[in-house]
Design a protein around this ligand. Sequence first.
Ligand code: ADE
Length: 425
Amino acid sequence: MDHKGTIVMQKYELGRLLGQGSFAKVYHARCVETGQSVAIKVVDKAKVRKAGIMDHIEREISVMRRVRHPNVVHLYEVMATKSKIYFVMEYARGGELFRKVEANGRLPEDVGRKYFVQLIDAVEFCHGRGVCHRDLKPENILLDEDGGIKVSDFGLSGVAECRGADGLLHTTCGTPAYVAPEIIGRSGYDGAGVDVWSCGVVLFVLLAGYLPFHDTNVMEMYRKISRGEYRFPSWFSPKLKKLISRMLDPNPSSRISIAKIKGSSWFKAGKEGEPVKVTSDGDEARRLLKMNAFDIISLSDGLDLSKLFETESCLDKGCRIMSRKPVAVIVSRLERGARAAKMRVSKKDGGLIELESRDGVLAIEAEISVVTPVLHLVEVRRRYGEAAEYEKVLNEVIRPRLVDKAPSSLLRHQHSLSPSSGARL
Ligand code: ADE
C-alpha cells in the first residue's frame, strides 16, 4: 500500500519509502508544523504479534532510548495506533554509506579511517551502555549531511538482560556476509565480539570495494567465515592488514577488543579535523552478495535450503546438499542409496565416494566437506554416463536420503524475523 502523503498521528506527513523489512517500512516524513525531516519506521503490529516478536520491538524501543550519541540515529518519539507502531527517528540525509562505495568504488584509506573511527566510537559508546548492535551491516550505516556516520536499526540488538546463564547471547541474527563465526556455530556468543567482527568486515568492504567473505554459494561463504578465510587486496597497507586480521579472528576469545582497536597504529594514524570526503577513484565496485539473515539461521536449523546453494545445473557443476548428520551417517545413506539403485560403492582418495552402475555406464561421485562441526556439505557430481540416468539416481535415490527434514516449527521461525531479503550490495 502506498502511504505517501498520509498524515500520521496528526503530526507527520509520510514521504518516500526509504527501506523495507518483513515487519516494518521506513519512510521519509516531515513534521507538518515545523517542516523538520524525520525517518518514520512503521511497524505492523499484527505481523509482529503473529511472529511472536513483540518483545523484540519493546526491546528496540528501550535500547534506542538508552543510546544518545552523535553517530547513532536518534529516536525522537514512539507512537502507536491499534494496528501500527511508529518510530520517529532522526533522518540521515546522506543515505547509506555503502551506496557511495557501490557508486564510486572503494575509499582511500584515510577516508575509510574517518568513517571507521566514528563507527568504533558509536559501537564503544553503545557497548558501554550494555547495548550490542549485533547486526551491523551496510544498510545500518547511514550518513548525515556533513558526511558523518549514523548507525541505525537496533531492531535485533542484544541488551545485557538477554544474556543466558553463561553471560552469553543465544539468539541467531545478523547478515551472513557480516556475521561472526561464533553465530554460525550457534554456540553462545559475546555480543561485543560479534560487533568487532562486523566492524572488521565493514572496514574491509569500505577499503577493498568488495566483501572479504564472498561466494555466490551461501555454504561456501559460511565455510569461509567459519575458517576466517579471506585475502587482502594488494593496496592494503601492512598496518591495516594487521588490524583487520585481528578483527577477523575466527576465535572470539582472541579477537581484538574495541580498546585495542583504538590503540592500534592504523586507527591512530589519522589526523584530526580533516573533512570527510568520498572520492570516486574509478575502481569498479564489485557486485556484492547480501544474504538474508534467515538463509543462515535456517541452514543452522537443518532446513533443506538446498535451492539456495545448488548451482543452476546440477549436472556438470555438481549438486550441493547440506546435512547436519554426522559423516558416518551420510556415508551409510549413500551406501544404502547405491544398493537401492543397484550401484557399487567405493571410497576413493581425498574422501570421495564413488557410485558406479554394475554395467559401468554411469558413475557418480560424492564429496563430503565439514563446514562447521555440525554442518556438512555433500557435493554430488556426474563422472560419466547419461545425464537423464544421473538425474534419476540423484533425485530419486541420493537426494531423498541426504536432505534433512525440516521441523515445521523451524519453518515458522524462518519467516518470523527476517529483516530484509534479496541479494544486492
Ligand atoms: N533509512 C532507514 N533509516 C533511515 C534514517 N533514519 N534516515 C535515512 N534513511 C534511513
